[in-house]
Structure formats: C-alpha cells, structure tokens
Design a protein. Structure first.
Length: 405
C-alpha cells in the first residue's frame, strides 16, 4: 500500500470538529448535545435572501468570473462605506468562504519558508492553512489574565527577522472575543511600514462589537499597499453553508497574484454569491437585531459561568466567543468525558478544547472555547449541565491544588 504524504500525517485535527465522533455517539445513545463548540449561529438567515435563491430561474448554472460576480463585488465595496474604507469593485475578491481567503492571502503574500507573526491563541485553521502553504507561524503569546490584550509593538518587533513577511491579526478575535482599538492598530502599522511587511487582518466578526467601536484597517489609506482583509457572510448573515468570503486589498500587484490563484479554482459558488447579494439589501436592521441578541447571550453566558465554582472566565468585548479555564488537568479529556460518560437530565455539552488554538498545546491545556450561539434558554441549560459535569468529574482539581499551580 502506498504511503500518504508526510504533510497529511503531520497536520493537526480541528479542535472545533475533532470531537464530533463522540458527539455523534452521544446523540445515538439518545442524549441531547448542546453545541457550544462551533460558531454556527442559530439566528435565521435573512428570509428575503433565502427567498431570492428559491426564485432564481436559471436553466444553467454556469461558471462565473474567478474574482466573483461584479454585482456582488460592488455591493461589498459599498457596504464598506460604513467603515470609511473607500473601496472599489477591483479591491474585492470573492472567495469560497473566509477559509479560501486566508489560504489565498498566505500564498499570495508569502514564499515557502516565510514567517507570519500571529498573536495566540488564534483561530485554529490558521495552523492548517500555514501548513498547506508551507508558511511558518511565529506565535506571540497573549494572556487570559488581561483578556488577551494586543501585545506591545516592541514584542512584535522582537520576533521580526529576515524571513518575516506579515503580521496576522484576528480582530474582533476568535477564539478570545477581544477587540483591538484604533490607537493600538496605528502603533502596529508603524511597525509594519518600518519593516515593509503585510498586515493581514481577519475582520469576519466586525459587526459584533458591544462596548467599543470597531476600526477596520482598510480605513488607513497610507497603509493600502500593506493591508489585506479577510471577510465572510458566514457569521454576520448566519450563512455559514453558503461558503462566501472575501479577500480585500488595494495593493495592485497583490491583486494580480490573487487573481491567478483564484483562476485555478475557476470561480466561487454561484448560489452562495446570489444569496450574499440579497443579504446586503436592507442589511442594517438585520445586523443590529443580531448584534442585540448576541449582547443578551453574552450577558446570560457570563452570569451563568460566574456561578460555577473553580471556573474562570472574562467578559468578552466582541464576536461570540469566550475562553474559560476549567478546574481540570486536561480540558480535552474532560470534553470527551462529558460526551461519552456524562449526562444531566438527558443532556450534555460539546465544547472546543482550547489547546488547539495555541501552537504550544500545553498553554491552553485546561482551557475551552465556548461559542454563545444558542438562544438564552438553551445557553442557561447548557451551563447548568456544565456545572453539574464539573462538580461530578472524577479528575476535578481541588481549589488548593489549583492555587499551588
């Protein structure tokens, strides 16, 4: 039997989906699983957008332009007016989800062996895409104790070397729910320009900022040759399965490279693009309603978590994630146990072990990421279930042991 590739053996499994076999078995046994592991909102996709897809009368679903439908690219450029981005149609490339946009950004900006600095914990799929593109991630640690605040420019600069090609941020943050402010971004941009680097920013959660205003890096016109933005309709319009994302840059040479890579996969999904077009029609009311719902869910989750003895959490500023520290020695082992050996009133909970969001798996060993994407009643039930699980877990650590460590 032939051997598969070394890279195929070495790539890690997604911490978001790796425990699905355990969840599927739990469901087969009749348990109800509350999914807090994945950022799949339960908010309804815009009904008018869904209806627009049902009413399409295409006789043939033909190939489209590699960069995406011009009508959609124009709508996206216009949408960014609210963030003072001053985009043209040509600045927007439609991709097969933000996932493809991330991969295209890495291969268009970096050569094999180049390095990208990313604050960790970071979205786990960045590791996979860096592996696929033969780019090395240089992690810069952020810390639970201060809500995973952005490190200082000097900390970034200490990691820059001759192979550094880009700094990569997720703002607002997945998995942390942090939000970087305008002055912080300005300081980082000075560093990017000084060392002639790219600044790649995943802004997928830009609409879900709760206590402070969001600043897009596209607003800094002097940085237009350096900035690449990743976006998607998955979260803001609750349309994860449409697989429509965007790579946005004003750098003309980079646009040429992205276009050539985009041609290799021919075109992004037609029906997903038509859904996206319809989503941008009268979007403001839909987006604000969703934002208010996530504000409620954030408060419900935080208040409920605060009541669990030994669990530590913080109040996230944006997105719909929270990283928590559990009173267990190994969160991944606990997450498996909850699915395989535990139930409370017929229920259990699926969480994402946070070690998969770190390059050094030991750092997040007792942490989990929670996504508050369920309605408030289900969130309260899920946290109640989690509290019972932690209270009865055979390997739970005592407060005395936790204080010693």
């Amino acid at each position: 039997m032939p051997n598969n590739s070394k890279r195929g053996n070495e790539i890690g499994a997604s911490p978001i989906r790796s425990l699905m076999p355990y969840a599927n078995q739990a469901k087969a046994e009749g348990k109800h699983v509350f999914h807090l592991n994945i950022g799949q909102p339960d908010i309804e996709t815009p009904p008018a957008a869904l209806e627009s897809i049902r009413s399409l009368g295409n006789d043939i679903v033909a190939y489209g332009p590699s960069a995406g439908l011009p009508s959609l690219r124009k709508k996206v450029a216009n949408y960014y007016d609210k963030f003072d981005a001053n985009l043209q149609l040509e600045d927007v490339f439609v991709t097969t989800g933000a996932s493809e946009a991330i991969l295209l950004a890495l291969v268009a900006c970096c050569d094999i062996g180049d390095e990208v600095i990313i604050p960790e914990p970071f979205y786990a799929n960045y590791l996979g895409f860096s592996h696929m593109s033969s780019v090395t991630i240089r992690p810069l640690s952020t810390h639970f104790e201060n809500g995973f605040a952005l490190p200082s420019p000097s900390e970034f600069e200490a990691l820059i070397n001759s192979r550094t090609k880009a700094i990569f941020l997720c703002n607002p943050g997945n998995p942390t729910g942090q939000l970087y402010q305008k002055e912080e971004l300005k300081e980082l941009m000075y560093l990017v320009k000084k060392h002639d680097l790219f600044l790649i920013v995943d802004e997928v959660y830009r609409e879900f900022c709760y206590d402070m205003a969001f600043t897009s890096v596209l607003t800094f016109e002097s940085m237009k040759e350096h900035v690449v933005v990743i976006d998607s309709i998955s979260k803001v319009f609750s349309s994860c399965g449409a697989r429509i994302g965007y790579l946005i840059t004003k750098n003309r040479k980079l646009q040429e490279a992205v276009e050539k890579y985009a041609q290799l996969r021919l075109c992004p999904p037609y029906f997903g693009q038509k859904l996206a077009e319809a989503c941008y029609e009268n979007a403001a009311e839909y987006i604000e309603k969703a934002r208010q719902e996530y504000i409620r869910r954030r408060e419900v989750l935080y208040d409920a978590l605060q009541k669990i003895e030994g669990l530590e959490c913080y109040f996230p500023q944006a997105a719909f994630y929270n990283i928590c520290r559990l009173p267990v020695p190994d969160a991944e082992e606990f997450c498996k146990w909850m699915l395989s050996d535990f139930e409370h009133n017929g229920n259990t909970v699926m969480l994402a072990p946070a070690n998969g969001f770190y390059s050094n798996k030991e750092i997040g060993k007792n942490q989990v990421r929670m996504a508050y994407i369920l309605n408030c009643e289900d969130l309260q039930s899920a946290v109640e279930c989690l509290g019972v699980a932690l209270a009865t877990y055979p390997k739970r650590m005592t407060l005395e042991f936790m204080n010693l460590n």
